[in-house]
Ligand binder design. Sequence first.
Ligand code: FES
Ligand SMILES: [Fe+2]
Length: 372
Amino acid sequence: MLVTQQPVFRKFWHAVMPLTELANGPKPFKLLGEDIVLFMDAEGQPAALRDRCCHRTAKLSKGWCVDAEGKACGQGAIQCGYHGWTYDRSGQVVRIPQYEADRAISPDYKTPAYHCTARYGFAWVALEDPIADIPAIPEFDDPAFRTIFQFYETWNTSPMRALENSFDNSHFSFVHRGTFGVAASPKPSKYNLVENETGFYAETVIEAVNPEKFHAISGVTEPITTRHMRNAYFLPFSRRLDIEYPAPKDDAGNSSRPVKPGKRHIIINCFTPIDDGRMQLCQWLFRNDTEADCAAQLLIAFDEEITREDKEILESTDPDALVDTRRRGVEDSMDSDRPGMLIRKHLMQLLVKHGEVEVHRGMKVIALQQAA
Ligand code: FES
Ligand SMILES: [Fe+2]
């Protein structure tokens, strides 16, 4: 599937940029192949416009924010760096410095604006009127959890590849054999899968190696522990992974009446589509412990090692992932690919509902052959 060729994805909110990135002025981003610029308006709310000035097409992301008097500042209207035309969050040109102050500006002088809102520390953008809400992250406002912004980086793969990988229990013994994967147990644990309106919920318990350096993370000291995984998929490109480790045993070796709850390690991912070969990994981590129990830097380093292992293998896959499984002979599957197949089913249902078929690279080959 070529994400930029499926218009329905323009109708979803996508996590695009941490708000902290906008503190020092406008920043560019490419969403679904569209060049956009993000900036903070005078109210401190993120705004998104097409990254193209309507005067001579310069990228607005080369400019800066200005206040009502036209003075450079951290948040306000966005001024083009070429001749200084200035835009508000609706994309309207509100100031042309070369004009006399009382001269009217044509209402036609504007650039497209996109839906943009702040949520969970990020700017979210929908290129067209959104048809679904931003997935809920209740832990963000829950004092029992701390928030760690873990990753914000570009990967040379597609959201579909990252999504299916995040539900794939068969790769741990191979991709993660150097970290938590149990190489001697390649048979994956089974998921209990429950479909819902926005995707599905998948629950399982897996074994995980637990060397001493992971003890602060897992909260337990057994050499092999378990992870109770509560995983959920949200259309089109988000997922939630709630890992619960066992409650630690007391001094008598008894965990049935624990003194402390098991550690929760909740990862939220938005795999934001940049273009047909790249995605932005946005990852939040929520923990039910404190910095003194387990330092944020240790948690970032722990997940980074695992994330690097996934990145390395995923960047070797074809980003044009098969979605319409009626196409035979493109990718073969096994039983444990069931969550990935369900993601495909939900994406196909979405496409069909919006009158689309899966667009893939092979279609161009067929079209060229037909034209020849
Ligand atoms: S190109 Fe933007 S003001 Fe001229
Ligand atoms: Fe992985």
